[in-house]
Write a protein that binds this ligand. Structure first.
Ligand SMILES: Nc1ncnc2c1ncn2[C@@H]1O[C@H](COP(=O)(O)OP(=O)(O)OP(=O)(O)O)[C@@H](O)[C@H]1O
Ligand SMILES: [Mg+2]
Length: 506
C-alpha cells in the first residue's frame, strides 16, 4: 500500500496557478524523483505536503489517513520530514539545539548534554556525522543540510523529502547523500527527491514524476525513461544539450593575478602563490574539487578577503587593496556561490533587486532621486531577456521559485556589461532550458570582448564554455590548458594532484 497518495492538489497565488491537478503516489522503501523546470511548482507541492501551505483543492493521504495539516508541526508529528530548498535552521543556535528544540516544548526542558550526545550518536548512525556543539552559522551549506536531515530523522520521519538537496553539494557530498538515501530505503523509509539533474535522478531514484507549469505530466519507472524523453517532458521542446562556441580573438589582459597568497578565517593557507591572467574576450575556467582554494581565490579578486601576498590588477590598475565597492565601480561583476545570503534582498521587488548595484548611476539616479520609470523599463527588459518567471517586476524576489531567484542575480550582474565577470557556479539549481539560456548569455558577453572567470564544479560546463582551463589543487594552480588540448582524464588527474605545474598556452 502507498505511504503517500496525493490526488488533484491545487494551489493558486494571485494570478499564478502554482499547482493544478497534481497527483503523486509514493510507495514504502522507494525513492521517487520529481523533475521540472524552474517555477514548475515542485517546492509549492512540497510546502503543501509539509503543512506550510494549505491546498486550495485536492487530497493528501498519508500513512493510512486523510491529512489536512494546519501547520508544519502537524506534518512533522504525522511523520513527514522535509529538507526545504532554502533551509529553515536558526543560525545563531548550535547543531544540537537546532535538531532537538521545538519538540520538547520550549527551552525549559532542554538538557544540553543529553541533546549533544543524542545528536552526535544519531548523526553517526545515519552516516552524516556532525559536531553537535558548533553554531549553525559557522557551518558550510553542505553541513547545514546534514543538520536538516538529522533533524528530520530525529523526529522519526516516515517519509523524507529533499527539495533540490544536491544544488548545494559537491560531487563527493552528493555521493555520500545517495548512500544515506539507499540506507533509508532499505529501512523502508521512502524519499522524495527533487533535482534538475537527470544523471542524479537515474543514479538514486526508482520512479520519476515530471511537473510542468504546475501539473504532473508524466510518471514512469526511472529505468524505462530516456534522458531525452525526460528533458522533453520537462520543457515541452527538444533541448540542445550542447552549446556552440564561436572563435573570438582574445586581446589585451584584463585581469592579472600575481603570486597571490590567501589565508582563510582559521589562518590556514588556502591559496599558495597563484598567478594567471584573463584576457579580453576570454572565458577562463577554473576547475577543481571543492575546497581547494577556489573560494578564497575568488574572494581575494572581488575584494571580500585580504591578500596575504601578491597583487591583483584590473587592466593596468592595482586593485589589490581596493574595497569591494571600488572594484564593482571599476568593472567587476560577481555571481556569488551563496546567493540568498550574498546576492539578494528577498523582501524587495524584482525591479529593486535588479538595480541594487546601479542606484547611484544615471539613468536611474538624477540629483539623488531614483528614476523609477527608467529602472522599471530596464527591469522589464531583463525579466524578458533572462526568462524570469513570472513576468511581474513588482513581485518580491522572495516569492519566486529558487531557480528564478538565481536568474535575477545573473541578469543583474551580466546586464552591467562588466569588464570582468566572476561567475561561481552560475547554473547551479537551474533547469536544463535555463542552463542553455545562461550559457548563451555568457558566450555573448565573451563575444563582446568581456572577460569571464568561471568557477564550476561541473567539468562538462567548464569544457563547454572555457577558452583556457586552470586546475586548482591544494591551493596551487597546478595546470593551465588550452581547451581542446586536454582530455577529461587528464583534467581529472590534475584535479586530484597527480599532475603538477604543467603550463599550457600563454
Ligand atoms: N509565496 C508565493 N507567493 C506568490 N507566488 C509564489 C509563491 N511561492 C511560489 N510562487 C510561484 O509559484 C510558481 C511555482 O513556484 P515553485 O517555487 O513551486 O517552483 P519550483 O518548481 O520549486 O522551481 P525551482 O526549480 O526554480 O525551485 C512560481 O511561478 C512562483 O513564482
Ligand atoms: Mg523549488
Amino acid at each position: 500500500m502507498a505511504l503517500l497518495e496525493i490526488a488533484g492538489l491545487r494551489k493558486v497565488f494571485g494570478q499564478v496557478v502554482a499547482n493544478d491537478h497534481v497527483d503523486l503516489t509514493v510507495m514504502p522503501g522507494e525513492t521517487h524523483a520529481i523533475l521540472g523546470e524552474n517555477g514548475a511548482g515542485k517546492s509549492t507541492l512540497i510546502k503543501m505536503i509539509s503543512g506550510l501551505y494549505k491546498p486550495d483543492a485536492g487530497t493528501i493521504l498519508f500513512d493510512g489517513a486523510l491529512r489536512n495539516f494546519n501547520n508544519p508541526r502537524e506534518a512533522i508529528v504525522a511523520g513527514i520530514g522535509v529538507v526545504h530548498q532554502h533551509f529553515m535552521l536558526i543560525p545563531a543556535l548550535t547543531v544540537a539545539e537546532n535538531v532537538v528544540l521545538g519538540i520538547h516544548g520550549g527551552w525549559g526542558r532542554y538538557d544540553r548534554k543529553t541533546a549533544e550526545e543524542q545528536v552526535s550518536k544519531l548523526s553517526k548512525e545515519v552516516g552524516l556525522p556532525l559536531d553537535p556543539t558548533r553554531k549553525v552559522e559557522d557551518l558550510p551549506v553542505g553541513m547545514q543540510q546534514r543538520v536538516e536531515i538529522v533533524k528530520a530523522l530525529y523526529r522519526q520521519a516516515k517519509l523524507l523529502v529533499l527539495d533540490e538537496p544536491t544544488a548545494v553539494l559537491t560531487p563527493q557530498e552528493t555521493e555520500d547523500l545517495f548512500e544515506v538515501v539507499h540506507h533509508l530505503n532499505q529501512d523502508g523509509i521512502p524519499v522524495i527527491f527533487i533535482s534538475h539533474k537527470l544523471d542524479e535522478v537515474r543514479a538514486v531514484a526508482h520512479k520519476v514524476t515530471v511537473m510542468r507549469a504546475g501539473k504532473t505530466v508524466f510518471e514512469s519507472p526511472v529505468g524505462s525513461a530516456s534522458a531525452q524523453q525526460l528533458a522533453y517532458w520537462m520543457v515541452g521542446r527538444d533541448i540542445v544539450l550542447q552549446t556552440q562556441r564561436d572563435v573570438v580573438q582574445s586581446g589585451a589582459t584584463v585581469l592579472s593575478v600575481n603570486d597571490l597568497t590567501v589565508f582563510d578565517d582559521r589562518h590556514t593557507k588556502k591559496v599558495d602563490n597563484v598567478s594567471f591572467a584573463v584576457k579580453e574576450g576570454e572565458i577562463f575556467g577554473l576547475a577543481g574539487v571543492d575546497g581547494n582554494g577556489q573560494t578564497e581565490l575568488v574572494e581575494a579578486i572581488t575584494g571580500l578577503r585580504k591578500l596575504a601576498h601578491g597583487s591583483v590588477y584590473l587592466q593596468d590598475k592595482d586593485i589589490s587593496r581596493a574595497s569591494v565597492a571600488k572594484r564593482i565601480e571599476q568593472g567587476i561583476a560577481y555571481i556569488p556561490q551563496d546567493r540568498q545570503r550574498d546576492g539578494l534582498v528577498l523582501p524587495f521587488s524584482i525591479a529593486d533587486n535588479l538595480q541594487l548595484r546601479e542606484v547611484s548611476k544615471a539613468p536611474f539616479s538624477k540629483g539623488g532621486w531614483l528614476q523609477k520609470r527608467a529602472a522599471r523599463k530596464h527591469a522589464e527588459q531583463l525579466v524578458e531577456e533572462f526568462d524570469i518567471r513570472p513576468r511581474n517586476v513588482d513581485l518580491p524576489v522572495g516569492d519566486l521559485s529558487g531557480g528564478n531567484q538565481q536568474k535575477v542575480i545573473l541578469a543583474r550582474e551580466m546586464a552591467r556589461r562588466p569588464m570582468l565577470l566572476v561567475a561561481v557556479q552560475p547554473t547551479r539549481g537551474l533547469d536544463v532550458g535555463a542552463i542553455e539560456g545562461i550559457h548563451k548569455h555568457l558566450l555573448a558577453l565573451r563575444s563582446e570582448g568581456r572577460s569571464i572567470l568561471l568557477v564550476s564544479l561541473e567539468l562538462d560546463e567548464i569544457l563547454m564554455l572555457s577558452d583556457r582551463i586552470g586546475v586548482m589543487h591544494a591551493g596551487h594552480l597546478v595546470a593551465v590548458y588550452n581547451n581542446g588540448e586536454v582530455s577529461r582524464e587528464e583534467l581529472g588527474l590534475a584535479m586530484t594532484g597527480e599532475i603538477t605545474a604543467k603550463e599550457a598556452g600563454a
